[in-house]
Design a protein around this ligand. Structure first.
Ligand SMILES: [Zn+2]
Length: 302
């Protein structure tokens, strides 16, 4: 059997109060939800830093510039512990709802805020709530951002992100004749931005973060979530000689006691496998871009 090479890491959406302030419809946020964001920025960050120090893991902290500018002392602990800090909007804007100009303004401002704070330009980006736009990849490429973590063309392999501006699909519009939308998608065309794919089934938010008004969300037993994540790991380990395993979490969710314990079990289980290397998502992207991880080529369209 050929030796395995498995790149494992955490992408942490810092979010803090930003994702609560952005209610998406302009309605005001209530102070209790804002306090959940403060909990994440303080208690959550401290507990995750302790967890990663215990297991000697360097992670990627995708940080809205609003979170960085609002909690600079907490983010200084993250920076000074040697973790990567990546882009995640200004106040967690859904870029799918922004004009191309607004997207560019948010990107420019957040690159400048992170660069000032860390002393180096950020290498990676994840879209708030993985709600993306046609313009995203071309804007990241023009800004020299090396990798993205928002798309889902694969789950455990890196690849060059297709540029959505360069392929066309026709949305189904019932007000028009059927013949108007019965058209295949045009061929996908790769960009120069590496994709470290996102995966809702490796994200702590939907199963473990209760949301008022959505009673079905947030009350899953952490052992169930752990099994769901580790079954994905087991499948990838059986099927691939090389793969990546990026997990996405939030300090306000994963900082909770029962979820910290889940992460300890997950890390210890993953560490029982040959060929595992913990690293930041930027390091995974570099391994692929420099040819040390084969990854895949995404194909589709005609
Ligand atoms: Zn987020």
């Amino acid at each position: 059997m050929p030796p395995k090479r498995v790149l494992v890491g955490y992408g942490i959406d810092v979010d803090a109060v930003a994702n609560w302030l952005n209610t998406c419809d302009g309605s005001p946020q209530n102070p209790t939800n804002v306090s959940r964001g403060v909990y994440g920025a303080t208690v959550g960050i401290d507990r995750l830093l302790k967890l990663y120090a215990k297991y000697k893991i360097k992670a990627t902290w995708f940080t809205p510039a609003h979170s960085l500018e609002t909690f600079p002392d907490q983010m200084a602990k993250v920076r000074d512990a040697g973790h990567e800090i990546g882009l995640h909007g200004y106040t967690h804007e859904y870029i799918s709802q922004l004009s191309a100009r607004q997207q560019q303004d948010v990107l420019t401002r957040s690159i400048s805020s992170l660069t000032k704070f860390t002393g180096k330009k950020p290498l990676g980006y994840t879209a708030p709530s993985w709600s993306t736009s046609k313009e995203l990849i071309s804007q990241l490429q023009a800004e020299g951002i090396k990798y993205d973590h928002s798309f889902m063309h694969h789950d455990v392999q890196p690849y060059w992100a297709p540029d959505p501006l360069k392929s066309e699909w026709v949305s189904t519009d019932h007000k028009k004749e059927a013949g108007d939308w019965m058209v295949p998608m045009t061929k996908l065309q790769s960009s120069e931005v590496v994709e470290i794919p996102a995966n809702w089934h490796l994200d702590d938010w939907p199963p473990l973060q209760p949301i008022p008004g959505r009673p079905a969300q947030g009350y899953v037993d952490a052992h169930v979530v752990e099994r769901l994540w580790m079954e994905q790991f087991d499948f990838a380990y059986r099927e691939y000689d090389t793969f990546i395993f990026p997990m996405s979490i939030h300090p306000q969710v994963s900082g909770k006691p029962h979820v910290i314990l889940m992460h300890e079990r997950i890390i210890e289980y993953i560490n029982t496998h040959e060929g595992v290397e913990w690293m930041t998502l930027a390091e995974m992207a570099e391994e692929f871009a420099e040819g040390r991880m084969p990854g895949v080529e995404v194909e589709g369209g005609v």
